[in-house]
Design a protein around this ligand. Structure first.
Ligand code: PLP
Length: 633
């Protein structure tokens, strides 16, 4: 557990049980636990094989309840004279079952939704089955979207368009003035996204601050006030919104932004604007790292700290300005969804370098090989950096000699083995702790990664771990079993894509940089499963089709209330098949099969293959078209 830093990122939802397996506690630290290996075994018995994504729907519900309760507690503690009304931004994970689960768990708290595009608007509007639910409409809007939003208001729903740019305000006015459209209910409620001075930090910080993509500057906002005053019977500014970017690292950054936005709210209230809502956007983070709050995927606060800081800051500013406090809205997505899904893959194969020193063989003598043998001897005693430099020089000489025809294949092979054996010897002398490695010069620091085993896993980084590839985000990854056995290898993970970026070579660490993962050697005939954790936010939906690897199979797992510790699989959503994936790029099975048959029949006609073989071959092609895009193992 400690080796993989489970207590730091697991937040009480994950632990290692007595069998040495990772287990999930969907209700939190004191609740019942589900053994992940048992889930894998159950699915395999139903002929569902990794890679797959497990969704622990109870965990999703737990997070919704915890978020709402945290705000309720903070409101009660501070005596805040208004309420909290969270919305779920579906961009974080749009899967219908995820959204429905969140809405169901959020029912006692009148939890609402946020949409950021046309498709998301159309997906969310029909879910407003209670009039008190909020739908916050962020993102760029066109005329039709604005009409639909206002039509939603006409239905008595709290659908609030958030104006992101000045041109969007014009659009709102035009739609309101268009007499050819069905009447809307007036005044039309709308919100404004603020471009604050306060910024976050880290991988997502560009969403906030004065140079961010969205939002109105203060000058633009003031410019709008006259329009609003002139059209007060048609327009009602009800909401101020800001979003600092996902995964805000420090609570202080939250407090600064909230204070700035509340000050704007208060000053506008004093000018007579009846703003009801202050929407603080997303950004509530989760810890993906090993406990050091300075590591890039870490945060320095808890859910309760966040809620308390927001409520107290708004309260303070409103008291100081003597205005009534607003209804608080947050658009937390990552914090609700990250924990609930775990991706499971199977290791298909490993590749280790041979670090043994090759013996002298007849006919292999060569001055370069002798020099390499000498360096191997010195690797135990000489200064590592100087020795590494000499080793690299020799390696270049060997490569050049081979290109010029001066070395045999055997000599070149021996030289390569000697090179790696010497590197391994050098590596043994380096400090093992990541923090000590970080201070070494580059060539030495890279040695452990260069010497690591390659674990070929049945997955695509681009499909299932896109933020690792795109922005270098770390995700907790570890074996889900054999944890009662110390891992004896160090590896990096290689995926199935034909792309050298399709690797995971950065892992969770307390110091922010660790390039290998402790793993077990494979045992013949026994599967070895790895779990990728905190996968529920953004990864599913943003993954792409590189090399045409498709959506993985999903299983939705629930706690069995009648039998604590047991679980049931409620739903299996099959992953994409090869034919479905091909259809996305305009290859259709009928056409492909016809072409394939044409190739085969030509060979049958000329007698190159027998007709029976032709039939079998076509059948093989057809069968594979209907299988998963991942490898069958
Ligand atoms: N609201 C807006 C406007 C966003 O752009 C985002 C995503 O970055 C979110 C909410 C969700 O943020 P998070 O997942 O950090 O809670």
């Amino acid at each position: 557990e400690a080796l993989y830093h489970v207590p730091a990122w697991g937040a009480g939802y994950f632990h290692v049980n007595d069998s040495g397996h990772v287990a999930v506690r969907p209700l939190g630290p004191n609740g019942p636990s589900i053994d992940l290996l048992e889930v894998v075994a159950r699915l395999r018995s139903q002929n569902v094989h990794p890679p797959f994504l497990l969704r622990f729907q109870d965990l999703l519900r737990t997070r919704v309840t915890q978020l709402n309760r945290a705000f309720r507690r903070a409101i009660a503690e501070t005596g805040y004279a208004n309420t909290y009304r969270g919305v779920y931004p579906i961009k974080v994970n749009q899967l219908r079952e995820v959204v429905e689960e969140i809405l169901e768990a959020g029912l006692p708290f009148s939890f609402g939704l946020e949409c950021g595009s046309k498709s998301e608007l159309l997906a969310t509007l029909p879910y407003l089955d209670r009039d008190d639910m909020l739908l916050i409409c962020n993102g760029c809007k066109d005329r039709a979207m604005m009409q639909l939003i206002l039509a939603g208001q006409r239905l008595g729903k709290k659908v609030i368009p958030v104006i992101e740019r000045m041109a969007e305000f014009q659009l709102l006015l035009e739609v309101l003035e268009d007499r050819t459209l069905p009447p809307v209910s007036l005044p039309a409620a709308f919100g404004i996204r603020l471009r604050l001075s306060a910024t976050g930090s880290g991988l997502w910080s560009e969403s906030g601050g004065e140079t961010s993509k969205f939002g109105l500057s203060l000058a633009e906002l003031l410019g709008l006030l006259d329009h609003i005053a002139d059209n007060h019977s048609a327009l009602s500014l009800q909401l101020l919104h800001f979003h600092m970017g996902s995964q805000i690292a420090h609570l202080k950054q939250v407090q600064e932004a909230v204070a700035e936005a509340t000050r704007i709210y208060a000053r506008l209230r004093k000018r007579g604007l009846g703003i009801t809502y202050l929407d603080i956007g997303g950004g509530l983070g989760v810890t993906y790292e090993a406990g050091n709050p300075e590591a890039p995927g870490s945060i320095d606060y808890t859910l309760d700290d966040y809620a308390r800081a927001v409520v107290a800051t708004v309260q303070q500013v409103c008291n100081a300005e003597d205005v009534p406090p607003p209804v608080l809205i947050s658009e937390s997505g990552r914090a609700l969804t990250a924990y609930h899904s775990v991706f499971i893959t199977e290791v298909l194969d490993t590749r280790s370098r041979h670090y043994e020193r090759p013996s002298w063989a007849d006919g292999q003598h060569h001055a370069l090989l002798e020099a390499l043998h000498q360096l191997y001897e010195l690797a135990a005693s000489e200064a590592p950096l100087a020795l590494h430099e000499r080793l690299e020089t020799l390696r270049h000489q060997v490569n050049q000699a081979f290109r010029e025809g001066a070395l045999t294949l055997e000599q070149k092979a021996t030289a390569e083995q000697l090179y790696w054996a010497t590197c391994a010897r050098l590596c043994e002398r380096l400090p093992q702790a990541p923090e000590a490695l970080q201070d070494l010069p580059d060539p030495l620091r890279q040695l452990p990664t260069q010497l690591a085993d390659h674990y070929l896993c049945n997955f695509s980084v681009f499909r299932s771990l896109i933020d690792h590839w795109a922005i270098g985000q770390h995700f907790p990854i570890m074996p889900i079993h054999r944890l009662d056995e110390p891992p004896s290898r160090r590896g990096i993970l290689i995926d199935l894509t034909c792309d050298s970026d399709g690797q995971v070579r950065d892992f969770v660490t307390p110091v922010g940089e660790k390039h290998t993962l402790e793993l077990h050697p494979l045992r013949p005939g026994e599967p070895y499963y790895l779990g990728f954790f905190l996968m529920g936010a953004y990864q599913d939906i943003m993954g792409d089709q590189h090399n045409l690897f498709g959506r993985v199979t999903e299983a939705h797992i629930y706690l069995d209330e009648d039998e604590p510790g047991n679980f049931y699989v409620e739903l299996i959503l099959p992953g994409a098949t090869v034919e479905e994936e091909l259809a996305q790029v305009q290859y259709y099975p009928n056409d492909l099969e016809r072409r394939m048959n044409h190739l085969i029949q030509e060979k049958v006609r000329t007698g190159f293959i027998r007709p029976r073989e032709g039939v079998d071959l076509l059948e093989l092609y057809r069968r594979i078209l209907r299988t998963s895009t991942y490898l069958e193992h």
